[in-house]
Design a protein around this ligand. Structure first.
Ligand SMILES: Cc1cc2nc3c(=O)[nH]c(=O)nc-3n(C[C@H](O)[C@H](O)[C@H](O)COP(=O)(O)O)c2cc1C
Length: 366
């Protein structure tokens, strides 16, 4: 049995193996954001399929401007918490742990049941077009610039949602600081054109991220796993680079650690992608050298390279996205030496809903 199948200690948790399900939006909750039975079956499949950790899809954090997609789950009221409890119980019964990903969409906003007006660091819409997988919107709306009160609402929403997550029974929290959503927008010089103390220097651009990590830590106490997912690129601009390069990324990882994060979760098209403005580091290689913080790595992990990545980044968890979608039992298949399928994107069309996936599986006998 390979090393990736051996137990790993990650803060207070012993995971049975190194594999985590990467967070993946499925826009399958009720219209009011309540997680449902379809989602419970869905997440249970990955736990039964051997993933030691399941990370949920991005989950919204307040009843203002945080929701980004129709039928996205939330974690802001009793109905949401009850829905998640069922999912958590099913994942636990299958022997896995589950972290919730807390997400504020910011400018990357397609649908929201509470408001029509996105908020962002500045009046800058994302590049490219909205994601057809998540809705029919053809163009991005231009966000309004967040004022101090909007920023406080964001921080309070993350903190309350974190407390809700702990009360629901989640094993930990991943804050979404990647892929072009709000916290990533504040870090980005494309989205963040502010000249107050939330914009300009990297230290200022980190301000909201640090405030959110601190507030979440305070809401859940010291002995509860809290981390943050980080990327340079966004879903519609995967090649964006921080002007401060690898040194800037190191500064970000150190800042979130000092604010109370236990782990960072790096995500790029490929774990090893060397994409800083200069040098030959990857997000993962920089984060791995920062003391005092654990690491989840993501990007292109599959049956052919998992062991090499595990060896290169000892003690980390390996988050798997597309290969897991194609093979909910990816880990069990590896153990059994069974064939691993490629993802057929038809499975996610016309929308990335669980219902469409199940219809595709029925049709394809998979
Ligand atoms: C359908 C789909 C939905 C996704 N939704 C999210 C999400 O909610 N939060 C997030 O951080 N990343 C999301 N991602 C990105 C994945 O977590 C992962 O980073 C990406 O697929 C690259 O990893 P892979 O090469 O293993 O697929 C999504 C990816 C896909 C394919």
């Amino acid at each position: 049995m390979s090393d990736t199948m051996q137990a790993v200690d990650f803060r207070s948790i012993r995971f049975p193996n190194r594999f985590a399900l990467a967070p993946m939006t499925r826009t399958s909750a009720g219209a009011d954001g309540t997680p449902n039975a379809l989602m419970a079956d869905h997440y249970e499949r990955y736990a039964q399929g051997g993933f030691g950790l399941v990370i949920t899809e991005g989950t919204y954090t307040d009843d203002k401007a945080s929701q980004g997609y129709a039928n996205q789950p939330g974690i802001i009221n009793d109905s949401h918490v009850e829905g998640w409890k069922t999912i958590i119980d099913r994942v636990h019964a299958a022997g896995s742990r589950i972290f919730v990903q807390l997400m504020h969409a910011g400018a990357q906003f397609q649908a929201n049941r509470y408001t029509d007006q996105p908020l962002g660091p500045s009046e800058v819409a994302p590049k490219g077009a909205p994601l057809g997988l998540y809705g029919d919107q053809q163009t991005w709306r231009v966000p309004s610039t967040m004022n101090d009160s909007d920023i406080q609402t964001v921080i309070d929403g993350f903190a309350r949602s974190a407390a809700n997550a702990k009360a629901a029974g989640f094993d930990g929290i991943e804050i979404h600081g990647a892929n072009g959503y709000l916290l990533n927008q504040f870090l980005s010089t494309y989205f963040n054109r502010r000249n107050d103390n939330y914009g300009g220097t990297l230290e200022n651009r980190l301000h909201l991220v640090v405030d959110v990590v601190r507030a979440v830590r305070k809401a859940v106490g010291d002995d509860y796993p809290v981390g943050i997912r980080l990327s340079q690129g966004t879903v519609t601009d995967p090649d964006y680079q921080l002007p401060e390069g690898a040194a800037g990324f190191r500064q970000i990882v150190e800042a979130v650690r000092d604010a109370g994060a236990d782990f960072v979760h790096t995500t790029d098209g490929d774990v090893h992608r060397q994409h800083f403005v200069s040098g030959d580091e990857s997000l993962a290689s920089v984060a791995a050298t920062v003391e005092g913080i654990d690491l989840i790595v993501n990007g292109g992990i599959e049956e052919t390279n998992h062991q090499d990545i595990a060896n290169r980044f000892p003690g980390t968890l390996l988050a798997v996205g597309k290969k897991a979608l194609a093979n909910p039992d990816f880990v069990q298949r590896l153990k059994d030496g069974k064939e691993i399928a490629e993802l057929d994107f038809q499975m996610l069309l016309p929308k990335a809903t669980i219902t469409n996936e199940l219809a595709w599986r029925e049709q394809n006998g998979s």
